[in-house]
Structure formats: C-alpha cells, structure tokens
Design a protein around this ligand. Structure first.
Ligand SMILES: Nc1ncnc2c1ncn2[C@@H]1O[C@H](COP(=O)(O)OP(=O)(O)O)[C@@H](O)[C@H]1O
Ligand SMILES: N[C@@H](CCC(=O)OP(=O)(O)O)C(=O)O
Length: 385
C-alpha cells in the first residue's frame, strides 16, 4: 500500500494537477493554532493560494473548522465545555470571527467569499441537497469561494464528535469535486499515530477505502480537533464513492495547495478507484428509486444524448407518475425508450404545467422564477452508450 512501486495505484503527485473542482478542508487545530485563537497568518496564506488557484480557472471550496475553538477563546473558556448548548453557543460566537477573517483575506486577494452552513441532515434530504448543490455551483460559476462549516446551532451529534472531515467528503460528493484535500497538523497518514509511535512509517499513496488504513488511524491527537485520522480515512472512502481522490497533507507546508496543484507529491494520496461519471451512475442506480418519467421530443433527445445538454421543459411532451423535486426520474423518447435518468428540478404537477414552455413563461405559470432546466446536465446520466 505504502509502496511507491505499486503500479496498480497512480502516483500521488499528479492527483491535483488536472483537478478543476477542489474541496479543501482545514481542521480546528490548524485554524486556531492549537486553540490559541484564529491563526491570521495561516488563513492569509491559504486564502492567497485559494485566490491564485481561482485565478487559474479552478473552482475552490473551503470547509473550515475552528468555530468552537475560536468561540471558547472569545468567551474566555479554557476547557472545551461538555454541555452541547455551550458548545453551540461557542460555535455561534466563533463563527463570526472565522468567516470575517476568510472574507477579509480573500477580498484582499481580489476574490469573493460566501458563508455556507450545512448539516449532514441537509444533505440527506433530497430537496435540500439539490438546493445546496445549485447554490454552491452558482457560487463557483461566480468565482466566489464558499467557506463552509457545520451549522452547529441545530445539530447535536456532529458538534459532540467535532468532525468536519465527514462534512468535507459530503461536500465533495455534493459538488462532484475532483479532489478532496484535507489539511491537518501531520504531514499525512502514517502506519500508526506518530505522536505515540516514533517508528510509524509515512504512507505516500493507498487506495481510498482500503480497510487496512482504518487500523492505522488512532484517535485525535491534539485535543482541539476531535475527529483524528480515522475520520479522514472514512472521509476519503466516502469521497471516493463519487469518484474524488483525497490528499491528506500538512496545512503549514509552505504553498501546499499551489504545489499540490502543480503535481508535487506532498502528503498522502488516497486514490478513488472509480471515475466520476461511473460513480454518479452507480449512485443513481443503487440508491434512488425511480419515481416517474418525462417523455421528450426528438430535438430534446439529440440535445441530451448527442450534445450532453440539460433537459429543458420546452422539449417535454408528457409527464408520468407522481414525483417531488429531487426525485430520480426517467427520460423517455417518443417510442418509450429510456434515454437518461436524473434528478427532477420540478415536482410532477409543476412539470406538467411547464411541458412545451419556454423559461420566460415559468414565472407566470408557477408564480415564481426557478431553474430553466427540468434536469440539469450535472444531475443527468445517459442510460445507454
Ligand atoms: N496513523 C496516523 N497518522 C497520522 N496521524 C494520526 C494517525 N493516527 C492518529 N493520528 C492523529 O490524528 C491527529 C489529527 O487529527 P485531528 O486532531 O482531529 O486534526 P484536525 O483538527 O486537523 O481534524 C494527528 O495530530 C495525530 O496525532
Ligand atoms: N464545526 C465545529 C467542529 C468541527 C471540528 O472540530 O472538526 P475538526 O477540527 O475538523 O475535526 C467547529 O467549527 O468548531
């Protein structure tokens, strides 16, 4: 596994060279300098790198922890409280400082930022999942860097375990990122916790999801962050389910993100074994039940199949079944043959109103202006070929 000589696993270096959409996760211990307060210099350096990469045309999302640790400092609390409501209060206080610092630093580099607070439950709900996805993709199109944290006010388990690694992976799944980069206080993954075992060996590259990795990861080392290496290993496995490889690297390595993007082999690369497109297809067929269908005309078939375009309501001739926004539906041609599947942007009653209509009419028909697509191409998988 460690084996640089293992030819069945790609070399760790190039993982990020071709990556366009990258989710970067930084842990509390780094962001708050082991709990001493927000590390302005570190946040400035990451922001400068994020901005440089955005200016190269890449899409960057930052998942940043540190709200509880910063809130504790601002409230003058020396030990992490046990009570959940106190942790939540600390997170609410600290989040203000956290996003303010990213906003200031990114703006100084000429790049806009946006605060996005999410919970795991948001991403398990089909409609919220689609809403979060379209917001994040819109921000990326606008070349704004979303700065994401957990919405700690409304969750119990997540704040107890303090694990943003999982959130990073869920975001990577959500936006179909090419790579998840997890920055932490170690150079990467070792065969055992290097704080406890001086003989631990560095792992350069391995397969995401390899069960042997889980045995290497002990608990959290710092007492500030709480997830430890195991949550990073599991996050890599989860990210790989949507085709994203993960790199675990030291957040204080100079120019770590820029160097990774030039193809330098820094940190541990945990390689996804399935390509993005295949992973999406498998996810749709494995996890979601077909709730209905739309029938489309020949023009729409050639746009979708021939050109890889989204399905627009103008090409729809009929709607079958009873489905909600976010459900998986089939797209059939006039002969009844299934050509694609995807996530519906409109529930069936609305879809019926929109058949054969141009987007300029949607607001009048529905009473609100929404997406021009019935199924966006990012959420559409061809059924044949
Ligand atoms: N096999 C391992 N390789 C590297 N670090 C490990 C390993 N097992 C446990 N750790 C510990 O995990 C810690 C990182 O996790 P954590 O403190 O939660 O960081 P973060 O705040 O970045 O999420 C390291 O400081 C290290 O002590
Ligand atoms: N969302 C919380 C907790 C997240 C957390 O501790 O995660 P991590 O340090 O990445 O293991 C915060 O911002 O403090």
């Amino acid at each position: 596994m460690q084996a640089d000589s293992d030819k069945s696993i790609s070399e760790p270096g190039p993982v990020l060279r071709e990556a366009r959409r990258i989710v970067v996760k930084v842990g509390s211990s780094l962001v708050t300098n082991e709990g001493r307060g927000l590390d302005e210099q570190a946040i400035r350096q990451w922001s400068q790198q994020l901005a440089a990469l955005v200016q190269q045309g890449r899409e960057l999302i930052m998942v940043s922890s540190g709200a509880v640790a910063e809130g504790m400092k601002r409230l003058g609390w020396r030990t992490r409280p046990k009570e959940i409501h106190e942790l939540q209060a600390a997170a609410a206080v600290g989040q203000m400082g956290l996003v303010q610092m990213y906003e200031t630093q990114l703006r100084a580099c000429g790049v806009g930022s946006a605060q996005v607070l999410l919970t795991h439950a948001d991403l398990a709900d089909r409609e919220r999942y689609l809403n979060a996805k379209s917001t994040l993709l819109t921000l990326l199109q606008l070349r704004v860097v979303p700065v994401i944290n957990e919405n700690d006010t409304v969750v119990n388990d997540e704040i107890k375990f303090g694990d943003n690694d999982t959130l990073g992976a869920l975001v990577a799944n959500l936006v179909e990122a090419d790579v998840l980069v997890i920055l932490t206080d170690q150079k990467g993954l070792y065969t055992a916790d290097p704080r406890r075992d001086p003989a631990a060996q560095f792992v350069h590259v391995a397969r995401a999801g390899d069960p042997a990795l889980e045995a290497m990861a002990g608990g959290a080392g710092s007492g500030i962050g709480k997830g430890g290496m195991i949550t990073k290993i599991l996050a890599a496995k989860r990210a790989a389910a949507s085709g994203a490889s993960t790199v675990i690297a030291w957040g204080r390595e100079p120019d770590v993100l820029k160097r990774l993007c030039t193809g330098e082999a820094i940190g541990t690369a945990l390689m996804a074994q399935t390509a993005k497109h295949q992973a999406r297809k498998r996810w749709m067929s494995d996890h979601l039940q077909l709730r209905g269908a739309v029938v489309v005309d020949d023009g729409a078939v050639s746009k979708i199949v021939g050109e890889g375009k989204s399905l627009l309501p103008i090409g729809m001739t009929a709607v079958e079944g009873d489905f909600s926004r976010g459900d998986v539906i089939a797209v059939r041609d006039a002969r009844g043959l299934e050509i694609a599947r995807g996530l519906a942007n409109y529930a069936s009653p609305e879809a019926r109103l929109l058949c054969r209509k141009v987007s300029a009419d949607f607001e009048r028909l529905l009473g609100y202006a929404a997406e021009p697509e019935m199924i966006h191409r990012d959420n559409l998988v061809l059924s044949r070929g």
